[in-house]
Structures are given as C-alpha cells and as structure tokens.
Ligand binder design. Structure first.
Ligand code: SF4
Length: 521
C-alpha cells in the first residue's frame, strides 16, 4: 500500500523534518597500527566490529556515517615514522578523507593500548584540519584509561564501554545543545576544563534489538585481500577465505584477576537469541559470500543450551560454513553433544584456556576456578570428534613459582598427548584496571621501568612485572622450554604456510624466522 494518499503527506513531513534538522555527518576511523622499529610483532588486520555496531545504530537514527578502516585500507603499506613501523593508510590519505567527507564528528577507535599512539595522531590531524570538528574516543583502551585519553585536548568526548546507545544520545544532545549530564558512559571536559565521567550505563540487555554491524561500510574486499596474504588475525585458520567476525554474546561472569573483559563488556553475560545470530550469519553468507566466521565471544558456550541451538539452526539451514572460537571457550561449559553439534555445524577449531597447569595458581593467584580434569576431558572429546583444539597458557605471575611454571609445561605436554594441536604461552600482562594490576601496584610487583611498554607494543611476550621467585631472564628461558611442547609445525600451519609461500614469500620468511627462534638453544 505504499504510495497511497495516506503515506504521501507523512513522507513529505518526515523529509521536511529531516532536511530542517540537519543531522551531523559522522566519520568513524579505525587508526593504523604501529610498533617500534625493532619489534618483531606482526601487525594484522581485524574487522572493527565495535565501530560497525555504532555505525549501524547511527544509521538507524538517520545519521550520515562512514567508516574509514585505515588499518585495513593500507594493510600492505609500511612506513617508518618517528622510530615506529606504521601499518595502514598514511596520514595524508586519512587527512584527505576527513577533508573530503566534511564530518561534524570523528569517532576514533582505540581497541588496544598499543594502538592509542595512532589514535592520538588521528585526533591531532582532525583538529588541525578544523578545530570545530568534534572528536570522540571509544574502544577498550579509551574505556580503561579515559583520563589518559582526555588529557589530550585533541579529544573532546569519550564513551566508555558499549557505544551504540551512548553515541546516538551524545549526537542528539550536541545537535540540540542540551545538557550532557545525563548521558551515561560519557566522559568529557566541562567549562572549567575538569574531566567529568558520567556514571556507566547498564549493560545492553536486549542484544537482539541492536541492528547488525554495518558491514556495508567496511572495506570487505580489503579483508579478503589481507586474508589471502595471511595478514588477518587468526589468518592461518581457513587461510585466504572470505571471512568475518561475529559476536553472539557479550560479557563474562567470571573473575579471573588478569582479565579486562568486564571493564568493557561487564560481568553480566548476555546472549543473543539463536534465531538472531542465524539471521546475521545468513546475511553474511548471502550478501557478502562469507564462508568463514570468527566467533569472537569471550564465552560462546556459557549457556550450552543456546550454543547447541545455534549449531542446530546452522545445520538445519545447510549453510556449509566454517567457524572457530578464537577467544576460547570455558572447558567446563561443554559436553559431548555440544562438541558433536559444533563439529557438524562447521566449527573447525576451538581454543580452550586453562591458563595454568598449577591448581594453586588457578585458585589463589588468577582465581580462574577451572577444573583441569575438565580441560583434559574437553580436549579428548574434541579429538574424538575430529575437531582441532588449541590451548592458551599464561606464565609469569609474580607469586607463581618456578615449580608452578613447570607444572604448566607438564600439563601442556599432557594436553598435547591427548591430541591438543598447539599450546600458546603468553607472559602475564597486568592490564590497567584489572585486579592483577591493582595487586601488582600494591605489592610492588609492577616493573615501572617497563610498564610504559604497554602503550607502544603488545606485551604478551614481555614481562612488565617483577617476581620475587625468578628473573626476567629465567622466565624467558622457561618460555623457550615451554615452546618445545609444540611440534615444529602443525598441519594447519604447514598448509597455510605453503599457500602463503606462493602468495607472499617475503612474509613467510619473516614469520618462519620469528617462529623458529623458539627452538634455538
Ligand atoms: S579469562 Fe575468560 S573466563 Fe576469565 S573472566 Fe576473562 S573472559 Fe571470563
């Protein structure tokens, strides 16, 4: 019945109102990424789903919005700027984009602390072009260290935590010039130049009510190009496939002392309905031709019943997709039926995260409260159903002993014997805002001479902590011992490596060199 006399005047009035109340133009930027020149850290492309979620909410409210994923658009460009290796579109290109688009507001993502350097650079560029353009910071680092971000006067506003509703509220308030006091999760400087943090909003309860991330604003072709060169996060898995990331839930109710998930996504776990998840998967498959999904949830299987239903729906629809859970699942939240269904629904790999092989460390130091027998059981089940499984471990907690670290290495060996394909060992990082950070400060474990490193580099292979039980050198030696629990090369890596050798030989040489160093004496 559209186009009838009844709808005509309504459309006309809406159009008139839209024109009359000119909406802000919004540009959301995922900055390039950079590391110090000497760092071996490989910068890979990731899809900025947080920005895409904010973008779709803004579109729903009729804002003109674009996303400029500088990291993806220039993933194959490397420049040396001020002793840093910068990957991504160069500053001039970003500047041109801002000038061309003429935004009223630029939102800048800062998902990682070591990416904050680039976020500040972008904010500076924006203000140089036109100081009247409003700048807004968001993302994990901005949420955790809002003062650090807002001390840079190039940032006007900052949203902590989930940004979908708060960004819309902020734009409305700025347009109507109304008070900012009641906008939950907003941080800003008041007229006296004092930084104000409004209280955090409650976690978004009805995730189904959010529009799907605005993938149509992301450079999907660039992610495919990057995947074909192994330049995407988790790129070895389903190497070169057209892929996307997806969140089916947010938050985690557990209290692991080193984990920062609750600071952004809260301890309230919220799952999308299986039907809503399936709808997004289908959109990705049919609209973008995507066949591989990284389910980025922190706790995909927390509600096993829901996870099973998602799998059943994927199977029923015969979508023929592949997927994995790169952030890990709780080994105590799966059973054999779920593993079977996951495999049948296209899951090609799960990651479990025992973190430590020492029950004392798990209970008293990191408070993970995970039964190691459950981890073994889950690994065995995965192998029984031909599902690749890898495990995450963390060592280097200050009160951990050398004996504890050896227990972790032994446990990793045991998992390998049960069929675990690979064990990752990271060095404990005291992320700002976590219980582990507070404890390290209180007890003097924080290595002040190194802590600044978290701003310039990923620190999962560098200790920022001092332990009374071992030196940095000893820890590094133990990590080399730990690395030997893994085979020199896994089947998945070998397959991907051969493909990469053809597509990007220079990169495979750099990658192999870094990897093989683990096995040198
Ligand atoms: S480490 Fe995993 S289980 Fe622990 S709090 Fe973080 S997300 Fe939850």
């Amino acid at each position: 019945m559209s186009g009838t006399g009844l709808n005509g005047p309504t459309n006309y009035i809406n159009k008139y109102l839209n024109d009359f109340m000119k909406h802000f133009r919004v540009l959301l930027i995922n900055p390039p990424n950079s590391v110090p020149i000497k760092s071996n850290f490989v910068i890979n492309v990731f899809q900025p789903l947080g920005l895409a979620y904010v973008a779709s909410s803004l579109e729903k409210h009729k804002y003109s919005v674009e996303i400029f994923d500088a990291l993806a658009l220039g993933f194959d460009q490397e420049k040396i700027i001020a002793s840093r290796k910068v990957i991504g579109a160069d500053y001039q290109t970003i500047k041109n984009k801002i000038i061309d688009y003429r935004p009223d507001l630029v939102g800048i993502a800062t998902p990682f602390s070591f990416q904050s350097f680039e976020s500040h650079q972008i904010a500076k560029i924006v203000k140089k072009i036109n100081p009247k353009i409003i700048t807004l910071a968001g993302g994990t680092h901005a949420t955790i260290q809002p003062d650090e971000m807002l001390n840079d006067k190039n940032f006007d506003y900052l949203i902590r935590g989930e940004g979908e509703y708060a960004t819309v509220e902020l734009l409305k308030a700025l347009e109507k010039k109304t008070s900012l006091k009641n906008i939950s999760s907003l941080s800003y400087r008041n007229k006296q130049n004092k930084i104000i943090h409004n209280p955090r909003s409650l976690p978004i309860q009805k995730l189904d009510a959010l529009p799907f991330p605005a993938r149509h604003l992301l450079p999907m072709d660039k992610y495919l190009q990057a995947a074909k060169k192994g330049r995407v996060v988790e790129g070895m898995l389903a190497f070169g496939h057209k892929r996307t990331s997806i969140f089916t839930s947010r938050g985690c109710p557990f209290n692991c002392t080193f984990c920062s998930v609750h600071l952004t996504m809260t301890r309230m776990w919220r799952g999308r309905s299986p039907e809503n998840v399936l709808k997004e998967i289908k959109e990705c498959v049919y609209k973008y031709g995507i066949k591989y999904f990284d389910i980025l949830d922190d706790n995909f299987t927390l509600d096993p019943k829901r996870a099973k239903k998602i799998c059943r729906l994927i199977i029923k629809e015969k979508l023929n997709i592949q997927w994995s859970t790169p952030n890990g699942i709780r080994a105590d939240r799966v059973d054999e039926t779920l593993i079977k269904l996951m495999k049948k629904a296209g899951c090609i790999q799960v990651k479990v995260a025992p973190e430590s092989g020492s029950p004392l460390v798990l209970k008293n130091i990191i408070k993970k409260h995970l039964d190691l027998d459950m981890v073994k059981k889950t690994v065995s089940l995965c192998k029984k159903h031909h599902l690749s499984v890898e495990a995450f471990f963390v060592v280097g907690f200050p009160e951990e002993t050398i004996d504890d670290i050896y227990k972790t290495i032994s446990f990793a060996k045991e998992l390998r014997r049960l069929g675990c394909d690979y064990c990752y060992f990271f060095i404990a990082t005291p992320y700002y805002g976590t219980e582990m950070y507070a404890d390290a400060v209180k007890k003097g474990y924080l290595d002040e001479s190194r802590y600044h490193l978290n701003k310039i580099i990923t620190t999962t292979n560098k200790s920022l902590l001092k332990s009374p039980n071992y030196t940095h050198k000893k820890l590094f030696e133990l990590l080399k011992v730990a690395a030997k629990v893994n085979p020199p090369i896994t089947k998945i890596r070998l397959k991907s490596g051969l493909k990469m050798l053809i597509l990007d030989p220079k990169r495979i040489l750099t990658y192999s060199f870094g990897y093989l160093r683990n096995f040198l004496p």
